[in-house]
Design a protein around this ligand. Structure first.
Ligand code: BEZ
Ligand code: FE
Length: 300
C-alpha cells in the first residue's frame, strides 16, 4: 500500500489488516444488528483513515486533545461537537441521506446549535424580534403539501441572529429575542415581522475555530433565517432561507448549508414605503421576502 508517500511492506500490511479484522470481529456478537453494522463500518473507515495518512502518534495525541477541549467547552448553550460536525459537512451529509428530494418539496438544511424549544407563540403578522436590533423584514408565504393542498395549523418555528450576528442565547443575560413560533391559517398562509438576516461567524473561540484558522477557512455563515415546520402526517422540515444579494453566498458558507432553491429575494423598501399591515416603522427602511414551503409526506 502506498500512502502519504510511504510504502508499507506486505508483512506490515498484514499486521494492520489483522488488527482491523480483530476489531471488526469484536462487534460480531452485538445483539442489535444496526449497532453492529454502524460500529463495524466505523472501525473499517477509521482504520482506513489512520492507515491512509499514516497518522503519527503526535497527531493522534493532538486529536485527543482537540476532542477533550471540545468536550470541556460544551455545555447546555454551547455545542462544540455539533459545530465540528457542521464544518466537516457531516451534518449536511446526514441531512442529504435522510431527506431525499421528493417532487417539489422544499429542501432541508442544517439545524445548527441555536434552536430553543420554548420560543413564544406570536399571532399571524406578529414580530419575532423581541427587541433585537436590525432592519425590520416582512416575511410571508404558504405551507402546502406536494399536491398543492394548503396545510392549515402547520407549526412554524423561526429563529435568527440580530444585526450584530448574535443569537439571543449568546447574550450575557437570559433575554429571548429573534425567535418565535406561529401557525398557518385555514388556507395555509403565514406572515410575520422578523429582521433582515446578516452574515455572522459561527462561534470560533474554541477548538473548531482554531481548526478553521489553522486551515485558512472562514467561520462566516451566509445570511439566513431559520425555519422548522411541523404538521400532522407530513415530513418535518428544518431549513433556512438565504438572502439573494448577500456577498457571502459567493464566498461560501462555513457549514455548507446553502442550496440554490433556498436563495430568496429580500426586497429592500425605502423608509416611508407603506408596510403590508400598516405598521408604522418610525421612518425605518424595511425589507420583504416571500417563502412558500412545500412539505413532503412522511416516510419518503
Ligand atoms: C446556525 O445557522 O445557526 C449555525 C449552523 C451551524 C453552526 C453554527 C451556527
Ligand atoms: Fe443561524
Amino acid at each position: 500500500m502506498t500512502t502519504a508517500g510511504t510504502r508499507t511492506s506486505p508483512e506490515q500490511a498484514t499486521v494492520e489488516d489483522q488488527l482491523v479484522d480483530a476489531v471488526v470481529a469484536s462487534f460480531d456478537g452485538a445483539p442489535d444488528p444496526r449497532l453492529k453494522q454502524v460500529m463495524q463500518s466505523l472501525v473499517r473507515h477509521l482504520h482506513a483513515f489512520i492507515r491512509d495518512v499514516r497518522l503519527t502518534e503526535a497527531e493522534w495525541n493532538t486529536a485527543i486533545e482537540f476532542l477533550t477541549t471540545a468536550g470541556h467547552i460544551t455545555d447546555d448553550k454551547r455545542q462544540e461537537f455539533v459545530l465540528l460536525s457542521d464544518v466537516l459537512g457531516a451534518s449536511m451529509q446526514t441531512i442529504a441521506v435522510n431527506n431525499q428530494a421528493y417532487q417539489g418539496a422544499t429542501e432541508a438544511t442544517v439545524f445548527g446549535p441555536f434552536f430553543v424549544a420554548d420560543a413564544p407563540e406570536i399571532p399571524l403578522g406578529g414580530d419575532i424580534s423581541g427587541g433585537a436590533a436590525g432592519q425590520p423584514c416582512w416575511v410571508e408565504g404558504t405551507v402546502t403539501d406536494t399536491d398543492g393542498n394548503p396545510v392549515p395549523r402547520a407549526r412554524i418555528e423561526v429563529w435568527e441572529c440580530d444585526e450584530d450576528g448574535f443569537y439571543d442565547v449568546q447574550y450575557p443575560d437570559e433575554r429571548m429575542a429573534g425567535r418565535a413560533h406561529l401557525h398557518t391559517d385555514a388556507d395555509g398562509r403565514y406572515r410575520f415581522w422578523g429582521l433582515t438576516p446578516v452574515p455572522y461567524p459561527i462561534p470560533d473561540d474554541g477548538p473548531v475555530g482554531m481548526m478553521l484558522n489553522a486551515v485558512g477557512r472562514s467561520p462566516l455563515r451566509a445570511a439566513h433565517l431559520h425555519f422548522m415546520v411541523t404538521a400532522e402526517g407530513l415530513r418535518t422540515l428544518v431549513t433556512h432561507i438565504f438572502v439573494d444579494d448577500d456577498p457571502q453566498l459567493a464566498i461560501g458558507d462555513s457549514v455548507f448549508g446553502v442550496k440554490d432553491s433556498l436563495i430568496t429575494p429580500f426586497v429592500q423598501q425605502s423608509s416611508g414605503t407603506p408596510t403590508p399591515d400598516g405598521r408604522d416603522l418610525g421612518g425605518s427602511s424595511w425589507a420583504s421576502a416571500r417563502f412558500d414551503i412545500v412539505l413532503a409526506p412522511v416516510d419518503v
